[in-house]
Ligand binder design. Structure first.
Ligand SMILES: NC(=O)c1ccc[n+]([C@@H]2O[C@H](COP(=O)([O-])OP(=O)(O)OC[C@H]3O[C@@H](n4cnc5c(N)ncnc54)[C@H](O)[C@@H]3O)[C@@H](O)[C@H]2O)c1
Length: 331
């Protein structure tokens, strides 16, 4: 199989490439990545001799056409992915997430290739804290931020290209990921690297917001299950029943890193901050037989802390610029 992975130098994409090289040696992997601030060649260094990395934009129609023609399967991770950035400058989100997806869809349509679209549970908006409901594939789209609305738009393009043009596509909407190679702007790595630096973690607002955490390797094993056995045109929700509020996450990080549980500061909240996400992954489990490997958030988080401690050379170059951006936002 010739596999084209967009965004393969980012957090989830690079983990997907590592896992693929490890578990499926017969797959020929090409990565298309613009190497934005969020993409890092170093994330692919351990597999550099097994992977072709093409530096380029998913909205570059000519380049995308050539790469898709040479692939059997396309898995599309590339995106602008950070909510805070989408509030200060939404345009790159429209360009990459919407126009980029359109460009890929036109290419897979022309060349009749199998396409898998990576998306987020944030397209569904949020749930109340006291609501027993979870997101299902039938939940109406109700995105809150420029990030989630551009992801929602891209999902709808995929659905339309399946229905109108017969494109062979599947979609997955996953909950919040954690694990190695995640940019230090994101919640968990930011807190871990702050503690390593002797800086108190920062909690947005009261910290009651609930996220449904999944280890990145579990997300990626689900993506492979969908590519292998998913029904064309179908949407699969990926989650591992990992609901926890942000305050508890910060306290757990502090505990695992040997600090007092209250050694953090509250900072002003993100405007429009979603309250709760929760995934019902029944379809994925029942239809495709997928199960997560990481059973406990605590163990996965401890392993992630170890990874950031052991790989300072990977994250250190991003840290100062990231904190300078947060300082401007007062967060
Ligand atoms: N991180 C999460 O918790 C999470 C959860 C659910 C879904 N997702 C989705 O998974 C995907 C990957 O997320 P991530 O957290 O790894 O993001 P990330 O920001 O770490 O990585 C994104 C990658 O895409 C690349 N990229 C950005 N614009 C590009 C362009 N125009 N052309 C080519 N490459 C470009 C970047 O260089 C980077 O390597 C996204 O589609 C995101 O919406 C993320």
């Amino acid at each position: 199989m010739r596999l084209l992975v967009t965004g393969g130098a980012g957090f989830i994409g690079s983990n997907f490439v590592h896992q693929t090289v490890r578990e499926r040696p017969e797959v020929e992997v090409t990565v298309l990545d613009a190497l934005t601030y969020a993409g890092d060649r170093a994330s692919l260094a351990p597999v550099a001799d097994r992977v072709r990395l093409v530096e380029g934009d998913v909205a570059d129609a000519e380049l995308v056409d050539r790469l898709v023609a040479d692939a059997d399967v396309v898995v599309h991770f590339a995106a602008e992915s950070h909510n805070d950035n989408s509030l200060s400058n939404p345009w790159p989100f429209v360009q990459t997430n919407v126009v980029g997806t359109y460009t890929l869809l036109e290419a897979v349509r022309r060349h009749e290739r199998r396409y898998h679209h990576i998306s987020t549970d944030e397209v569904y908006g949020d749930l109340e804290l006291d609501d027993p409901a979870k997101f299902t594939p039938e939940t109406p789209y109700n995105p809150s931020s420029p990030y989630s609305s551009t992801k929602a738009a891209s999902d709808l393009l995929v659905r339309a290209w399946v229905r109108s043009f017969g494109v062979q596509a599947t979609i997955s909407n996953c909950s919040n990921n954690y694990g190695p190679y995640q940019h230090v702007e994101k919640f968990i790595p930011r807190q871990i690297t702050n503690v390593i630096d002797g800086v108190r973690p920062k909690l947005y607002g009261t910290g009651e917001n609930v996220r449904d955490w999944i280890h990145v390797e579990d997300h990626n094993s689900a993506v492979w299950a969908i590519v292998d056995r998913g029904r064309i045109g179908e949407t699969y929700l990926i989650g591992a029943d990992g609901e926890m509020n942000n305050k508890d996450v910060v306290e757990l990080i502090l505990e695992l890193m040997g600090q007092p549980a209250d050694a953090y500061d509250h900072v002003n909240d993100r405007p429009g901050h979603d309250m709760r996400y929760a995934i019902d992954a029944t379809r994925l489990r029942d239809e495709l037989g997928w199960e997560p490997r990481y059973r406990g958030f605590r163990d996965g988080l401890a392993a992630t802390i170890d990874w950031y401690r052991a790989n300072e050379a990977w994250w250190r170059p991003q840290k100062d610029a990231t904190e300078a951006k947060y300082a401007q936002l007062g967060r």
